[in-house]
Design a protein around this ligand. Structure first.
Ligand code: MG
Ligand code: MG
Length: 274
């Protein structure tokens, strides 16, 4: 990857707009995810919704990806392709969504439970999401990329989970994947320093078992090597006045699920009205 591109306050506001469209798209999908729905149907709903918001799907055609959403159930880690097979009670489904608006990308992911899931998988989802906030909390002025990766890795490995190595978070802006790479593992005090104006897609991909992965012959789908479940949560975060500020939000998902949480409050802009 090339140089890190720092964003102005105006650019960050445009990026917030893109991130919020992705957030609303995932919120819309949250009400539609249930046993008996196909991932392809959800993909079409997302396409229409993004177009209605005056935005373009960010993944469709990117590196020749064929759909609007990456839909990765159960042992699939990321980059799953939507299809006709139906979700069933007890599945988990990781949905990753990108949009492009005003020349800037949003890129945001959540792993949903389909109906009731077993307690072990529920814990995987909770720990992975909590590790995302551990990472966000390490995105502070003068900290380094290794500090962020260490925070996520330490939080997940103490539970015995596997941290995927081959796929990483990234800078975000006028292109979907910018410098720097943001691994979900690392050593404290190592790597590039964080600077005001950086915008990162922070996205732990955490496996219940081994960190090792394999890829399907479709050239896209990444799944766990041992067939155990994997979870993926992603936020877009800007470094503003030395502190991490969320551009994306899970609040639309939580509204759809009738869940109340204050997890985002430490990182939310004071001026944001949802
Ligand atoms: Mg993503
Ligand atoms: Mg990403």
């Amino acid at each position: 990857m090339s140089e890190i591109i720092l964003k102005t306050k105006q650019e960050i506001e445009l990026m917030r707009e893109s991130a919020l469209i992705v957030s609303k798209t995932l919120g819309m999908l949250a009400s539609e995810i249930k046993p008996g729905v196909s991932t392809l149907k959800l993909d079409r709903l997302a396409y229409d919704f993004i177009k209605e918001q005056g935005a373009e799907p960010g993944f469709l055609g990117l590196y020749d990806f064929p759909n609007t959403l990456c839909m990765s159930p159960n042992a699939q880690v990321v980059h799953g392709i939507p299809n006709d097979s139906l979700l069933v009670e007890g599945d988990i489904i990781s949905i990753d969504c990108g949009v492009l608006k005003n020349g800037y990308y949003g890129d945001h992911a959540y792993t949903f439970a389909v109906g009731e899931i077993d307690v072990e998988t529920e814990k995987l989802l909770r720990i992975t999401k909590e590790s995302l906030y551990e990472g966000i909390n390490a995105f502070q002025l003068n900290n380094r990329i290794g500090d962020l990766g260490y925070a996520i890795q330490h939080y997940c490995e103490k539970e015995g989970y596997g941290v995927v190595r081959e796929l990483v978070g990234h800078g975000l802006g006028e292109t979907m994947h910018e410098a720097p790479e943001v691994p979900n593992y690392g050593k404290r005090g190592r790597g590039k320093k964080f600077l005001n104006g950086m915008v990162l897609a922070i996205e732990p991909m955490i496996n219940m078992g081994t960190h090792r992965i394999k890829q399907l012959k479709d050239g896209w789908t990444i799944l766990t090597a041992d067939g155990k479940p994997s979870a993926h949560f992603e936020h877009n975060v800007a470094l503003v006045e030395g502190k991490p500020e969320l551009l994306s939000t899970f609040e639309y998902i939580y509204k759809a699920m009738d869940v109340s949480t204050e997890e985002e409050l430490p990182y939310r802009s004071n001026s944001l009205i949802l």
